[in-house]
Design a protein around this ligand. Structure first.
Ligand code: ADP
Ligand code: ZN
Length: 718
């Protein structure tokens, strides 16, 4: 198992649950597994396919993904093919032949093929290792994605009593789970319910104001990384996409109203890294298998947490850090309510409304976002500070709400914990209702204590206290408010209460700290990315199938220049090493030759040591440039006289500025332009040059931007 993991897939360790699932499959036991998107389900059947005798048949409804999956498997040296309606007769014949000749380790099929007797007969005539049912919730009518085609799978275990069956899904409530196991007739399966927690996703919520500009600011930090922006309406999708394009972002729109061809092209451009950003309605995402999505932005409030979780789940499937940003405005709530009000069925309407409320709570309370999401799916997050949401890393604007909390709780206590939310709020604001008069509640001490703030504010405080479990709602039809142990602590001044500020004050830069990647060499990464793009184009596959972003980050950190070192990189197995190893190694070698200043003190990649920060030192060659510059030579002249490229010399000058040497900035670019560039760096609050260069549309070069940046960084240090 471990050998195959390393040599075929190039991975160093299993993700949670992969190992036990695979062990059970190898022992020919049935398996039922719920694992979140990106959890690594494919490996659970691809690895056994490689080890076990016979062909593994994967049944999947997502025809659009089959080709990518097969391409990825072939890249790893697994004999794989697929059969679905997109193949012509000849292609189908060829796959059939391979299957018949027992040449296939892995075969992907669409479910309807399973209803064809001739196909079943063929399968019965050859040795099979495993049936893997992907997206297994599709067989359940309780699942949100029911497909009648899947019902033919109920005969699977009858036709193939000796072949193990493993069913996988990313979404299954206990009800759906029982239904799946029953419908596929799994034989006392080994059951895995993996945590829904996605460790590598950073969750944050920002107050929505001018969302276009806010998104531009966010993108400036992203250094052209790929991401998805969700909007609710087609119109807003188109407008935002145009706005971003006009501001130099490579973005395309996607919504169900676009012509089919256009939609396909836009999706393809995104998955092949031709554009960085796709602006889309929720129609986008099904059947997208891009693993290097670095951020998902929701520019409008989603309707419920299920949808939000599924959409954000498309970020960071490669396991690298990715960010989920929600722009929240209370003004978005009535728009969604309007649609909810149109639902005729009372029960259904109240469920949908309840789900919207949960979403609003997620955005507005001072509770770890991760904990809220997981608790929605019935999972207890006990780890305390998650370290990867805006609440936990403390970049939110917050206020002390202890006094307000005490007022509310005092009202609850003075009425003996016998009343519900509305009545308690009425007491606090000093409302003159008949109920208050009847019960003489206008006589208690807390009556009207919160008169200076409005009802919404107190409603919010009550919600906050509920979310933080300082108070609980108790009782059935007329729930009343009770204090918890924590509530008493707050009431008696032993603990304080913090709440999110409702109108967030701008605080820049800091919020993004949690997103920084470990230091890697960006210039090298860029170069390797282009090389990867070249291969991807040649082979007509998405770039991440050649190497994941994670693999390139590691290469840009450890600079592997031998095959042995290259093999230590995550995702580099034997086949990929043979196909691409040499080219990537030469690219890295060339890069190191051209940049002698890089001290690679830690060339030996070790996955357990902290990644070393690389430092560029001002060496002898830079000193030579300095001497010539001080003699009055221009960059061009220095480059000519030293027989070096202009960009090398510019790099030297940049290093000299950073080093605090006397470099007359006026000789490099004119003062007015410099001021403009400085202002823009400040405005965008970035240290990246690409947004600057893009903004000036050719008027400012990368070198000029880098000089100004070096100058500003130097100033900041002194
Ligand atoms: P799922 O089908 O569960 O959504 P995938 O099977 O597509 O997830 O896997 C998500 C990503 O994780 C892929 O890029 C895959 O190569 C990677 N991956 C899977 N298993 C491992 C592992 N053990 N180590 C490192 N990366 C892994
Ligand atoms: Zn958190």
């Amino acid at each position: 198992m471990y050998d195959t993991l390393k040599s075929v897939f190039g991975f160093h360790s299993f993700r949670p649950n992969q190992e036990t699932i695979i062990r059970n499959i190898l022992e020919k036991k049935d398996v039922f597994a719920v694992m979140s998107t990106g959890g690594g389900k494919s490996l659970c059947y691809q690895l056994p396919a490689k080890i076990m005798e016979g062909t593994t048949v994967v049944i999947s409804p997502l025809i659009s993904l089959m080709k990518d999956q097969v391409d990825a498997a072939l890249e790893n040296g697994i004999a794989a093919a697929f059969m679905n309606s997109s193949l012509n007769q000849q292609e189908m014949g060829a796959v059939n032949q391979e299957l018949h000749n027992r040449e296939l380790e892995l075969l992907y099929i669409a479910p309807e093929r399973f209803a064809m007797p001739s196909f079943l007969e063929e399968l019965k005539s050859i040795p099979l290792s495993l049936f893997a049912v992907d997206e297994a919730h599709c067989i359940s009518e309780w699942g949100h994605d029911f497909r009648p085609d899947y019902l033919s799978l109920s005969t699977l275990t009858k036709h193939f009593p000796n072949v193990p069956v493993a069913a996988f899904t990313a979404t299954a409530t206990p009800k759906v789970q029982d239904d799946i196991i029953d419908k596929i007739r799994l034989r006392s399966p080994f059951i895995v319910r993996a945590s829904f927690n996605r460790h590598n996703l950073f969750y944050q919520v920002k107050t929505k104001r001018e969302v276009g500009t806010q998104i531009l600011e966010f993108l400036a930090e992203q250094r052209d990384k790929p991401g998805i922006i969700y909007r609710t309406t087609r119109d807003s999708v188109v407008k935002l996409s145009e706005f971003l394009t006009n501001n130099g972002v490579k973005a395309l729109p996607y919504h169900a109203g676009l012509d089919g061809d256009v939609r396909r092209q836009n999706q393809e451009a995104f998955s092949k890294d031709k554009v960085n950003v796709i602006v889309a309605t929720v129609a986008f995402g099904m059947g997208i298998d891009k693993s290097n999505v670095r951020f998902v932005i929701h520019a409008d409030l989603p309707k419920n947490i299920e949808g939000y979780y599924q959409e954000t789940g498309r970020a960071g499937r490669d396991g690298e850090l990715a960010s989920c940003l929600l722009f929240f405005a209370r003004q978005d709530i009535p728009k969604i309510k309007y649609f909810i009000d149109q639902i005729p069925d009372d029960a259904e309407r109240s469920i949908v409304m309840h789900k919207l409320n949960q979403m609003v709570k997620y955005a507005s309370h001072y509770v770890c976002r991760r904990r809220q999401l997981l608790s929605y799916f019935g999972e207890d997050y006990t780890a305390g500070n998650c370290g990867s949401c805006d609440v936990c890393v403390d970049t939110v604007e917050k206020v002390d709400a202890t006094i307000d909390a005490q007022i509310v709780m005092s009202a609850i206590m003075r009425t003996d914990q016998r009343f519900g939310i509305n009545h308690i709020v009425d007491i606090v604001i000093g409302a003159n209702t008949s109920r208050i008069r009847e019960l003489n509640h206008d006589g208690i001490k807390t009556y009207g204590a919160g008169r200076d703030k409005d009802k919404n504010h107190w409603r919010f405080i009550v919600d906050e206290l509920l979310a933080q479990e300082v108070i609980v709602q108790d009782g059935g039809q007329y729930p009343v408010l009770n204090l918890t142990a924590k509530g008493f602590n707050v009431l008696y001044g032993r603990e304080t209460i913090t709440a999110l500020k409702r109108e967030e004050v701008k605080k820049r830069g800091k919020a993004l700290k949690g997103l920084q990647f470990e230091d890697y060499d960006e210039a090298l990464f860029e170069r390797l990315r282009l090389l990867r793009m070249k291969y991807a184009e040649e082979q007509q596959v998405p770039p991440y199938i050649i190497f994941s972003d994670k693999a390139l980050h590691e290469m840009s950190t450890f600079y592997p220049v031998t095959a042995t070192d290259m093999k230590k990189i995550n995702g580099v197995g034997d086949v990929k090493l043979e196909r691409y190893g040499n080219d990537f190694i030469s690219a890295i070698k060339n890069y190191l030759d051209e940049n002698p200043g890089i001290s690679v003190s830690n060339r030996e990649p070790s996955y357990y040591t902290v990644h070393k920060v690389l430092t560029k030192t001002v060496g002898g060659t830079v000193e030579t440039t300095y001497k010539l510059f001080k003699q009055g030579l221009s960059i061009d002249e220095i480059a000519k006289s030293r027989n070096l490229t202009i960009s090398t010399i510019s790099g030297h000058i940049e290093a000299l500025i950073r080093d605090g040497r006397e470099i007359e900035m006026d000789r490099l670019l004119d003062a007015a332009k410099r001021e403009e560039i400085e202002k823009l760096f400040e405005k965008l609050n970035t240290v990246n040059t690409s947004p600057i260069v893009e903004h000036f549309r050719g008027r400012v070069s990368y070198d000029e931007a880098k000089f100004v940046r070096a100058f500003m960084l130097r100033q900041a240090q002194t």
